[in-house]
Design a protein around this ligand. Structure first.
Ligand code: FE2
Length: 312
């Protein structure tokens, strides 16, 4: 395993250290973007890294992008403007009804496919890059320790069966709680899709791997948000609930943001994984971000870090 340090804020681990070639598709999947700091971190680093690393397509989970729980039209626009190509969702996609129209009209936004009909929006879509390559993305939600939705495995099989053979790049965001359910999904789809990755727990797992039949897999991508927090919330507020066993409102954490995810190179002729890399990225400018906790709006303050000069 190689450790590559691009600058002091960027580290990724190659499980199979192939350099990107002209015959590979490079895709980044980002874990749950959590609140203002998460959005600021994405805006700070993703446009730069997308160009620097030659990333062709970026998928990010956005169900907690508004205030740490839920998603709004405004946060959707903000994330898409930061060069994210597809926003996936989960159980919190439904919190803000004003976003439902956006689910219907914005093809780059997905919500879990296996919600009962009628549900706003769509759970899968095919995106065509300027060079003609087709990328299919499916968003599904687990049922273990979560709501009893229709079977996510059936939804995944239906998705695979619906695709034409020329759609070789296929990605599945499995928004689920149980590691066992996510691993089972990985093996169920091994060789049928390019990648299966989990979201929802906000904690990055160190199991980026290529399954026996060529599918990239990772149990959970982690979170884009305040690193020193309890899943994006302040430790103090979460601790109260654990200690007192009584209801207590969570407060959003403030502090430096980080990005967590999975970087993948896929074979351009088969769609199978050539390499997978654990993606962890600091966003130092978010340290200076001031958040209005009522409105979840963030304003980056003037940032002055001598050792940042060579990054942008
Ligand atoms: Fe979730």
């Amino acid at each position: 395993m190689n450790k590559i340090v691009l600058d002091e804020n960027f580290i990724f681990m190659h499980v199979n250290p192939n350099e990107k070639t002209g015959f590979a598709m490079r895709v980044l999947a980002l874990g749950d973007i959590c609140g203002s700091i998460g959005r600021q971190a994405v805006k700070e680093r993703i446009p730069y890294l997308k160009e620097r690393l030659g990333i062709d397509f970026i998928i990010a989970n956005g169900e907690n992008s508004a205030g740490g729980v839920g998603i709004t039209t405004s946060t959707i626009n903000e994330i898409l403007n930061a060069k994210i190509d597809c926003i996936t969702g989960g159980n919190h996609s439904w919190k803000n009804r004003e976003a439902y129209d956006k689910f219907d009209t914005e093809e780059r936004v997905l919500r879990p496919q296996n919600y009962p009909a009628p549900a706003p929006g769509r759970g899968a879509n095919i995106y065509i890059l300027p060079d003609g390559r087709k990328i299919a993305v499916l968003n599904i939600q687990g049922t273990t320790f979560m709501d009893a939705l229709p079977c996510p495995f059936q939804a995944a099989y239906d998705f695979v069966n619906s695709l034409d053979d020329d759609v070789i790049f296929r990605f599945v965001d499995f928004h689920a709680e149980a590691t066992s359910e996510k691993k089972a999904m990985g093996f169920a789809l091994d060789g049928k899709v390019s990648a299966v990755f989990g979201t929802h727990t906000h904690v990055q797992t160190a199991d980026a791997q290529i399954l026996p039949n060529g599918t990239a897999y990772m149990t959970d991508l982690g979170m884009c948000g305040v690193e020193q927090s309890c899943l994006g919330m302040s430790f103090e507020s979460v601790l109260q609930r654990f200690i007192t066993k009584r209801p207590a409102s969570f407060k959003r954490a403030v502090g430096q943001g980080a990005l967590n995810g999975l970087l993948m190179d896929l074979d351009d002729t088969t769609g199978k994984a050539l390499s997978v890399s654990l993606f962890r990225e600091n966003a130092p400018r978010t340290k200076a971000t001031v958040i209005d906790l009522e409105t979840d709006t963030a304003q980056p303050q003037e940032y002055n870090a001598e050792n940042d000069a060579d990054r942008k």
